[in-house]
Design a protein around this ligand. Structure first.
Ligand code: KIV
Ligand code: ZN
Length: 502
């Protein structure tokens, strides 16, 4: 098998942007393209030029940014679409037309001969204008094989530089993808790409099977974004390729998490917590058995070192946490209880967990402080209560009551919404002592319906540059937000105390 690097063609800005609910401004598209380039993708599909003036502006700017990646745009197999790509200063076009019976009959309303001619004309037109051309037969994997190969041969003769095989509705299996790639390579002798959708959850497996059968390239997206269930996710594809198949690529894997977060925040699509590589839980350990194993040797339960994808492992004091995990969590703060103290801490923590609550780090530290009779570990700020006033004609206002070292503190603030008002009020009280800025606020719904659990993560930074995150879940978004903020502030204060002890 060849040792050539696998080409990574990123289509986050095109297929990814076609995800239901996603829209990005031209400026945001440019920012994402820069991030993708830093990540090391070989090609960036910047968009679909014909769709709007804003899209054209963004693609043109990306094309002229001097990126290392090749920049291309999508065009139907029509002169107008290809001309729109040329107007964006693109030197590389990805042109497509459907070849399956169902698409030709019900969508294009064209005969196979007409489709063939249209494909050839489009490729000729693009080549006449000096473009590099990647040709896709949309719904290739449900197309009549003889007709598909006929189209691929014809566009090859017309000058296409690359052939792409889209599994448009994610209908095929790895075996099928391997076989079709082999046939298309033999028929065209051109570099072949695979473009796999995830309708059956097989997109990454299919893309890998295609590459193992000799495809030079896979079309992928950050966070697996894309039409319906999405496309093959870049992060899963690249990590499986490198670690499980020992294949080379140009991706700087340490930038994977940062890029994933950036795309999720910019495109507004939350990543599911248990998503491989990039999900919140992908490097988190809760059960005692797992934390014990990971502390002794991370390879026991981590097939990928978190640092390799720009992440950190985290341990959580949930119901299944054991003494080893709790000791490790406390150890991160330089706290070393005796065996007896540890036993008591674990007992108290389990009592809380049995009530269905996962305890936060600052709560755990507070328990440790109590058991070890060391008030320094105790939470500096404790939440008494809060009230929110909001409505269509009421400026959202929050009143927060906290206690610090036995004193009751109260503050009120207004904001753009109840969460904003509440977090501002907390910051106002914590003011001089904590003086934190919110670096990130994320809201995710854990279950569906209007009574869904809301999961809030906040990341705060204090004036010394200490950054901590905290996460809380509650059916009330404001409660989850307030509790997460309180935990983050207490953690950052504790970190300062412990750092100052050296
Ligand atoms: O899934 C698909 O078929 C596509 C084509 C435009 C290549 O995205
Ligand atoms: Zn697609």
């Amino acid at each position: 098998m060849s040792n050539e690097k696998v080409r990574v063609f990123d289509t986050t800005l095109r297929d990814g942007e076609q995800s239901p609910g996603v829209t990005v401004t031209p400026d945001q598209k440019v920012q994402i393209a820069i991030k993708l380039d830093e990540l090391g993708v070989d090609a960036i599909e910047a968009g679909f030029p014909i769709v709007s003036a804003g899209e054209m502006r963004a693609i043109k700017e990306i094309a002229n940014k001097g990126l290392k990646a090749e920049v291309c745009g999508l065009a139907r197999a029509t002169v107008a679409d290809i001309d729109a790509a040329i107007k964006c200063d693109l030197k590389y076009v990805h042109t497509f037309i459907a070849t399956s019976d169902i698409h030709m009959q019900y969508k294009l309303k064209m005969t196979p001969d007409q489709v063939l001619q249209r494909a050839v004309r489009a490729v000729e037109h693009a080549k006449k204008h000096g473009l590099a051309v990647e040709f896709s037969a949309e719904d290739a994997t449900r197309s009549d094989r003889a007709f598909l190969l006929k189209v691929f041969r014809a566009v090859t003769e017309a000058g296409a530089d690359r052939i792409d095989i889209p599994d448009t509705v994610g209908y095929r299996t790895p075996d099928y993808m391997a076989q079709i790639v082999t046939e298309v390579r033999e028929a065209t002798k051109l570099p072949v790409s695979v473009h796999c959708h995830n309708d059956f959850g097989l997109a990454v497996a299919n893309a890998i099977a295609g590459v193992n059968a000799g495809a030079a390239c896979a079309h992928v997206t950050i966070n697996g974004l894309g039409e319906r269930a999405g496309n093959a996710s870049l992060e899963e594809f690249v990590m499986a390729l490198g670690i499980l198949y020992n294949k080379r690529h140009n991706i700087n894997t340490q930038m994977i998490y940062e890029t994933s977060r950036f795309v999720s925040n910019t495109m507004g699509i939350i990543v599911q917590p248990n998503k491989a590589i990039i999900g919140e839980n992908a490097f988190g350990h809760e059960s005692g058995i797992h934390t014990h194993g990971v502390i002794n040797n991370p390879l026991t339960y981590e097939p990928i070192a978190p640092e390799l994808v720009g992440r950190k492992r985290w341990l959580m004091a949930g119901k299944h946490a054991g003494a080893h995990g709790i000791r490790a969590m406390l150890g991160e703060f330089g706290i070393n209880p005796t065996e007896d103290q540890l036993h008591l801490i674990v007992e108290k923590q389990k009592e809380i967990a049995d009530r269905g609550k996962s305890i936060s780090t600052s709560e755990l530290l507070s328990i440790a402080g109590e058991v070890m009779h060391n008030p320094q570990f105790e939470e500096k700020f404790k939440l008494y209560d809060f009230q929110i006033f909001t409505g269509m004609h009421t400026i959202p206002t929050a009143v927060i009551r906290l206690s610090a070292e036995g004193k009751e503190l109260i503050a009120s603030e207004t904001g753009v919404g109840p969460v904003d008002a509440a977090l501002k009020a907390i910051q106002k009280i914590a003011g001089d002592v904590a003086s934190v800025k919110i670096r990130e606020y994320r809201l995710g719904s854990i279950s569906g319906g209007s009574d869904a659990q809301a999961e809030v993560s906040v990341k705060v930074e204090d004036r010394n540059g200490n950054v901590v995150s905290a996460k809380k879940a509650n059916q009330d978004i404001v409660v989850a937000s307030v509790e997460a903020m309180m935990d983050a502030i207490n953690k950052v204060l504790l970190k300062r105390v412990l750092d100052s002890k050296g």
